[in-house]
Design a protein around this ligand. Structure first.
Ligand code: ACO
Length: 454
């Protein structure tokens, strides 16, 4: 099959949020710390009525309905998540409930977990299946979804929640570029969830930033090297001078917007360091003094950061800012964050400005796993339909219910107390949920969960 990639997308955001300005005041931190310092305006969250199963059911059901397909048309379903409610039973197995009516139980694929990276591993698995000898001609679905919550402290305002369902198949309007994937995987304790009786991660904030930036440098350099090699092999010169200008847009995993802005500048720093010295004054005026800096010594170097952020500001606004809408309005959605970035980009401009564009992606999951890859957007009715079926996201964001930080805090305390408890009856109202949303009815004494739909 040719042009394997994404045929359709459905994005689910929570219907409740905390305003970050109010959250700054509530926490007694200086005004601007979350909104400007982290780049976050609103933080979406789920009440005890939603869990990872219900979020993914809402996403899957929304995708199947909008694409006008049947559950029998799906031959593979991969879920990427780090929101674990069962150490054995997969989220995918729960989603099979939605397939029952169609009678289709011949569906490959399960869950993949490594922090925020699981969605990307799921996507690669689904694409590989379509490209493989095991493919039976049907469609694949990938769901990336998470509920991101942190213990009280500096990480708490970087929470969020969301799920993205993607339909995968051949002749797609969003085509995964072949032979152009660059990964960096290593062992690190930057963010992990070793306490199985808590929903919260253990986080070394500073180390997580250093790991993220180091992985970015490595993936970018490997991507550029592979691209040059590919163009030498194929004679296609479009990859010859790989650098930030080879991408029309660059989408990053976004724990918070400010880190993405810094990461964009870092790609420009990488380009700068691979530029022949004699060309530096012409291409990078006023940055000559940074010639010869070592990447691994600059993760927290304020001068380098400032220099390259201001130099790359306009490029950032053009190539990456449009992909930050959902990050800014919902927060970190872990596995869904990168694909929420793609959705944000797709709904940021008229569709005739999207055709022919090449989009770069940087996926990062602590622990750590990371990959840079790219897609090409193919002009035509399929792209137009994919994008027009996503514009509802603007309405969803606007129709959410704002919750007072004190109420959010009380709700989180109640969630902590009931975590892993059975039997359990959720207490939050279903009134604020968007139509079509699946919600948790109860967890019985055998830990079995049942769901309803608004
Ligand atoms: N106005 C404007 N900016 C402000 C203000 C203010 N009043 N006050 C502080 N700031 C800025 C700071 O200067 C800083 O920006 P800088 O880094 O550009 O200097 C920013 O706000 C954050 O302030 P810090 O004091 O550095 O924040 P803190 O240490 O409290 O926490 C952190 C930040 C580490 C990101 C924390 O939120 C965290 O641990 N988050 C979770 C981990 C994470 O997301 N890691 C990223 C990769 S891993 C992953 O995806 C989960």
């Amino acid at each position: 099959p040719e042009d394997v990639g994404i045929l359709g997308i459905h994005m689910v955001v929570p219907s409740t949020f905390v305003d970050q300005k109010e959250y700054e005041a509530f926490h007694g931190v200086p005004a601007g710390k979350y909104t400007i310092g982290l780049g976050q305006d609103k933080m979406g969250f789920c009440t005890d009525r939603e869990d990872i199963h219900s979020l993914c059911m809402t996403a899957l059901n929304g995708l199947v309905r909008k694409m006008g397909i049947s559950y029998a048309d799906i031959g593979r379903l991969d879920v990427g998540t780090e929101t674990i409610v069962d150490k054995s039973k997969s989220v995918k197995s729960v989603l099979m409930k939605l397939f029952e009516e169609s009678g289709n139980h011949d569906v490959e694929g399960l869950d993949t977990t490594n922090a925020c990276y699981g969605g990307t591993a799921a996507l690669f698995n689904a694409i590989s299946w379509v490209e493989s000898s095991a493919w039976d001609g049907r469609l694949a679905v990938v769901i990336a979804g998470d509920i991101a919550v942190y213990a009280e402290g500096s990480a708490r305002p970087t929470g969020g929640a969301g799920a993205v369902a993607m339909l995968i198949g051949p002749n797609a309007p969003l085509v995964m570029e072949r032979g152009l994937r660059a990964s960096y995987m290593a062992h690190a304790y930057d963010f992990y969830k070793p306490n199985l009786s808590s929903e919260y991660p253990a986080v070394d904030g500073k180390l997580s930033i250093q790991c993220y930036l180091g992985a970015l440098d490595s993936c970018y350099q490997t991507y550029c090297r592979k691209a040059r090699k590919l163009s030498a092999l194929t004679g296609d010169s479009s990859n010859d001078a790989v650098g930030i200008n080879s991408f029309d847009a660059m989408v990053f995993h976004s724990p918070y917007g400010k880190l993405v802005e810094k990461s964009f500048a870092r790609l420009v720093l990488n380009d700068f360091l691979s530029t022949p010295l004699e060309r530096v004054p012409e291409v990078y005026p006023n940055l000559e003094k940074f010639a010869g800096v070592k990447l691994e010594e600059t993760y927290f170097d304020r001068d380098v950061e400032k220099g390259f952020m201001s130099f790359s500001k306009q490029l950032f606004c053009r190539k990456t800012m449009p992909s930050l809408l959902l990050s800014n309005q919902v927060g970190n959605m872990y596995t869904a964050s990168l694909y929420g970035g793609l959705v944000s980009y797709l709904i940021s401009k008229p569709v005739d400005e999207l055709g022919g564009k090449r989009v770069g992606f940087f996926s990062y999951g602590s622990g750590l796993a990371s990959t840079m890859f790219s897609m090409k957007l193919v002009s035509g009715p399929k792209l137009a339909q994919l994008v027009s079926q996503l514009t509802y996201v603007h309405d969803s964001l606007a129709r959410r219910t704002k919750v007072d930080p004190a109420d959010y805090t009380a709700m989180m305390a109640a969630k902590e107390a009931s975590y892993n408890k059975a039997p359990f009856l959720p207490t939050a109202s279903t009134d604020s949920l968007f139509p079509g949303t699946f919600y948790l009815n109860e967890v019985d004494q055998m830990y079995r969960r049942t769901y309803g739909q608004v």
